[in-house]
Design a protein around this ligand. Structure first.
Ligand SMILES: [Mn+2]
Length: 449
């Protein structure tokens, strides 16, 4: 779930591919090894203890394919095996077009819901008998969930079940008083864990269109988390999950997955890329740092970072922009979003850099990081990082209309935020000169600063 194609939340550091999930059963017992029986047992025990039929889930901001796939399978098994309904909440718009298409066209309708578009979210959380959290357990990257647990002791004390394949973080839902879970660090995707849990419960995706669609999302999820991983490093549990999903999907599924990865981007995204490319001679020869100005779609940021990397000879690209999200005539968020890519760069460790320079400061002066990423240990030469810092000052600034707010963002917020970012980057990357941190839109009054 790093900011690599297909995924975008800033994750805890994550080295895929070590060891194996569960010891396969002895060959004499059965032909097919079973994986993640511990997760299966814990899930059964936890769900059977629930009174009431409505279970909710929470996913990290901008939910990614692995988290989606795992939640789709969870929704399916909760209904089939336990007769429970399930809705999973997440905050912030997804970045990648493939992810948006998976959510719209392949996830069962109503399972995924945006927090910002949900009335009485707090009431829903208070009523829920159980909250299930898959694929990420850091509350800081679940914006609305973090708000709720900060404000409400009751929500903090809710029964929580988590299943994840990332390391425990310094701030983690595992530390909440009534949280139980399984952390299968040897697994390479939470969708793969859920495929096995579902199979362990005797369920099958074969034979129905609904099952086929869930398999599409789950396979996209596993593939996304495996980006950059040498196939020789796939765990046995990963291979077994992929083999099963391929049986469900067949040739038709393969074709759909290929098409999903090749979705065309809107021309407005290419126009922004053009603006960033127009600066190509002004960047530092090894590190391109581009500020995109004010944009209305968070997907543009990683899109430009990836393309600059593919098309030019930089070792590192860092792209940032001021992104607003408008729903029904309202500006519901203003964030400073950033994406970084690097290959064979020995000067800059992007995940660390992003962790350090992207943060929010609470009224007590405590800093919480809003950035991170991962370095691919198996290939050793690629890292990706992402960050999203909410700019509440600009979001809350009262204006007559959304259009006026956007005007203020262009005129005032961008120059201020660009200068702030430039200062932070220069203080950390000493080879960089001030004039090499480029804004692709004019920043008035920049000369002499
Ligand atoms: Mn994952």
């Amino acid at each position: 779930m790093a900011d690599v194609p297909g995924a975008e939340a800033p994750p805890p550091s994550d080295a895929p591919g070590a060891g194996e999930g569960a010891a396969p059963a002895a060959p004499s017992q059965q032909a097919t090894p079973r994986y993640f029986e511990d997760a299966t047992e814990l899930l059964v025990r936890t769900v059977e203890a629930v009174e009431g039929d409505d279970i909710i889930g929470w996913a990290h901001d901008r939910i990614d394919p692995d988290t989606m796939g795992a939640n789709g399978l969870l929704w399916f098994l909760l209904r089939e095996r336990f007769g429970k309904s399930y809705v999973c909440y997440y905050s912030k718009r997804m970045s990648f077009l493939m992810n948006r298409s998976l959510a719209t066209n392949f996830m069962p309708s109503g399972v995924l819901r945006r927090c910002e578009q949900t009335d009485s979210l707090s009431e829903i959380a208070h009523k829920a008998p159980l909250i299930i959290i898959l694929d990420a357990t850091c509350p800081e990257i679940m914006t609305d969930f973090a708000h709720l647990i900060r404000r409400s002791k009751e929500v903090r004390h809710k029964p929580i079940l988590f299943i994840d394949h990332h390391r425990k973080g310094s701030s983690d839902v595992e530390d909440l008083p009534n949280a139980v879970g399984v952390r299968a660090e040897s697994a390479q995707a939470t969708s793969a864990i859920l495929v096995h849990v579902m199979r362990n419960l005797g369920l099958d995706l074969r034979g129905t269109e609904e099952g086929f669609r869930l398999a599409i999302v789950a396979r996209a999820g596993i593939e996304t988390d495996l980006i950059g991983v040498d196939p020789q490093g796939y765990a046995d549990s990963t291979r077994a999950a992929l083999a099963y999903l391929d049986e469900v999907l067949g040739d038709r599924g393969r074709e759909i997955l290929d098409k999903l990865k090749a979705i065309k981007h809107p021309n407005t995204w290419y126009r922004k890329l053009g603006e960033a490319l127009a600066e190509v001679e002004n960047y530092d020869p090894t590190i391109a740092v581009a500020g995109l100005g004010v944009i209305d779609d968070t997907g543009i940021v990683p899109f430009v970072a990836n393309r600059l990397m593919e098309m030019c000879s930089f070792k590192t690209t860092i792209v940032f922009g001021l992104v607003y999200d408008r729903i029904e005539g309202q500006i519901i968020s203003v964030d400073l979003d950033a994406s970084g890519r690097s290959t064979q760069d020995t000067e800059i460790v992007l995940p660390d850099l992003f962790h350090d320079i992207f943060f929010v400061t609470d009224p007590a002066g405590r800093k919480t990081s809003k950035g991170g990423g991962r370095t691919n240990m198996l290939l050793g030469d690629y890292s990706g990082a992402g960050a999203s810092v909410p700019l509440d000052y600009w979001r809350q600034l009262s204006t007559k209309s959304a259009d006026e707010k956007i005007h203020v963002l262009h005129q005032l917020a961008w120059p201020a935020e660009f200068l702030r970012m430039r200062h932070l980057l220069l203080s950390r990357i000493h080879s960089l000169k001030p004039e090499e941190v480029r804004s692709v839109v004019p920043v008035p009054g920049l000369d002499g600063l």
